[in-house]
Design a protein around this ligand. Structure first.
Ligand code: ARG
Length: 572
């Protein structure tokens, strides 16, 4: 595929030479940008950056350059407008090349090998044992999983880590509660909800019976020492929790390569602690060991409590070192809510102060909160909204909509699952991550809004158009290029052509919303194209030409959705 931007900048550089002006190639390349409006051209270059060196006004520069630039088969016209140069590319060629590129690459369109030989570790979802999988874990799961798929497409080796919250005094409490009031069968049947109930009961009873606190502490120590009964019970709780979250991961198509959580580092903190001590970073403060960070405007990072136990930060420090040793990562990302900003700033700073050069490769990918509109869901127990309940409700509503729109659809239940789950995932991926979002079921499921169902519906529509045309397979067929020579197809192709760069940008900026935003634009451009341009027609060569645009839109929608972790059913 021709690199139009590069071609145009080389024409500009040539013209500059002819005007007797020198310009830095990179600066020119950067200055050539896609035009804001197709009516004014396809690329534009503001000439302000040349004014100083050429000692004249941008308007004059634009005029002079326009006269010197010789159009060719790639760039057909250069026009000076005020201080800008506008370029019109050979649009027929561009459209043809774009469609051909998508046809050649198919599902691989957007893939690249920029990540070859590099490993990215992504710490995401990272649920807590004995705690329910609630809506607060949606963003980390959706964003982390999408980044996982994006980096794979970019050729990186990716290691997905579920850094389980499986360490802490609360597990001592859990054991006491279970031994006093728990019932194995009931826990097996009710799962995490029952564990939570026991935990709440412990706190209620503890208020009246302080000896429970001491009892819990003893059990916690037993877990740490590897006592057989304590370990067996803890493993039981862990297995109950994981069985439940794995069912959700399956629905969401989310994968992990490692489940090493906090407890995995029980025996891996000594070495890092010694290293920090040797480097003179550790100071004592009221019996605790800390790293003073006052020079960096942060409270001290607590490493060892006065009773000798370690902390969340200690484990993260050990985990980062272990990951570097074992994966030799190029980057290690932590997809965690912004509430933990300070924690990660502290951990990263300690590692940096320890002189570890790779500390700069640790990235906290922070995101905002997702919440539901008040009253949109009854919370069964307490006020946590379970992710499972949200998914179930979305699927149920999707099923109603599908039944109303397309009563005869086969495997309606499966499609409803894909649409409902997709809608929920998309709600966490549609905005730039740092925004807090409130979602309502009606909005995320709106088939005409900027939603996953809208994208899925547009994708299915592309399919059905092709089917109507009697083609089960798209092939390179005789077609009339004039049928593609119109503003709607141009717009659509420009968006399609920008997809590979959007995938790279999404990876670079840890921002799946760059892809979701582009997909909405593609779907809207496609629907406009479909409204304005007849696809199915008696003129076969016109029909074939337009079917190629339909096919390209479909390919990009499917691929883009897959990078967001969202399925694209063929029929809806
Ligand atoms: N389990 C923690 C939570 O739910 C998130 C852990 C994030 N990962 C990490 N390495 N600290 O808040």
């Amino acid at each position: 595929m021709t690199d139009y931007k590069k071609h145009i900048s080389s024409l500009v550089i040539q013209a500059l030479l002819e005007c007797g002006a020198a310009a830095e190639e990179q600066a020119v390349f950067n200055a050539v940008v896609p035009a804001a409006d197709d009516g004014f051209g396809d690329y534009a270059m503001p000439c302000f950056f040349l004014a100083k060196a050429m000692r004249t006004s941008p308007a004059v520069i634009a005029q002079r350059l326009a006269e010197k630039i010789t159009p060719d088969g790639v760039m057909e016209r250069a026009q000076a407008v005020n201080g800008y140069l506008n370029f019109f590319i050979n649009r027929k060629k561009f459209i043809y090349e774009t469609l051909a590129e998508v046809e050649t690459l198919g599902e691989k369109y957007g893939d690249s090998d920029i990540g070859k030989g590099k490993t990215i570790v992504i710490d995401y979802s990272s649920v807590n044992i004995c705690k329910s999988f609630h809506i607060g874990h949606l963003s980390t799961t959706a964003i982390g999983s999408s980044l996982y798929k994006i980096y794979k497409a970019l050729g990186y080796d990716v290691v997905g880590v579920n850094h389980l919250g499986d360490y802490g005094t609360q597990f001592g409490k859990m054991i006491v509660a279970f031994k006093l009031w728990g019932d194995r069968q009931r826990v097996e049947k009710e799962g995490v909800a029952e564990l939570q109930r026991l935990y709440v009961k412990f706190h209620q009873e503890e208020a009246e019976n302080p000896s429970l606190t001491e009892e819990a502490r003893k059990w916690f120590v037993k877990i740490e020492q590897g006592d057989a009964e304590a370990t067996r019970l803890f493993e039981f709780f862990k297995q109950i929790t994981l069985a439940e979250v794995k069912r959700i991961y399956e629905r969401l198509d989310v994968h992990f390569d490692s489940w090493n959580g906090e407890s995995f580092y029980n025996d891996k903190m000594q070495e890092p602690l010694r290293m920090l001590q040797e480097k003179g970073l550790v100071t004592e403060s009221q019996g605790a060991k800390v790293v003073d960070l006052s020079d960096y405007g942060m409270p001290p990072c607590l490493l060892v409590k006065s009773d000798g136990s370690s902390l969340y930060a200690t484990r993260d420090i050990a985990a980062a070192i272990w990951r570097k040793q074992n994966y030799d990562f190029y980057k290690c990302l932590y997809v965690v809510a912004y509430q933990q900003n300070l924690h990660f700033r502290q951990v990263f700073k300690v590692l940096e102060l320890a002189g570890l050069p790779w500390a700069k490769d640790l990235v906290h990918v922070a995101y905002g909160m997702v919440s539901l509109e008040e009253g949109s869901m009854s919370t069964r127990k307490g006020n946590v909204v379970l992710l499972k309940d949200v998914l179930d409700k979305a699927v149920e509503k999707a099923q109603d909509i599908i039944t109303a729109k397309n009563p005869l659809l086969e495997n309606k239940a499966q499609v409803a699952e894909q649409v409902g789950v997709g809608a929920v995932l998309f709600s966490a991926l549609e905005n730039s991550k740092i925004k807090d979002i409130t979602f309502t079921f009606d909005r995320v499921l709106n088939f005409d809004g900027e939603t996953a169902p809208y994208l899925q519906y547009t994708h299915a529509r592309c399919r059905s158009i092709a089917e109507k045309a009697g083609m089960s397979q798209y092939v390179k067929i005789a077609h009339d290029p004039e049928a593609l020579n119109n503003p709607e197809t141009l717009r659509l192709c420009k968006l399609i052509a920008s997809f590979p760069q959007a995938v790279k940008d999404a990876g670079e900026k840890y921002e799946p919303s760059i892809i979701s935003g582009l997909l909405i634009d593609v779907a809207q451009a496609f629907n406009k194209f479909y409204m304005e341009r007849r696809v199915i027609s008696d003129n076969l060569s016109e029909q074939n030409a337009r079917l190629r645009a339909v096919n390209a839109a479909r390919t990009v929608l499917k691929k883009g959705l897959s990078l967001l972790g969202i399925q694209a059913p063929d029929k809806m």
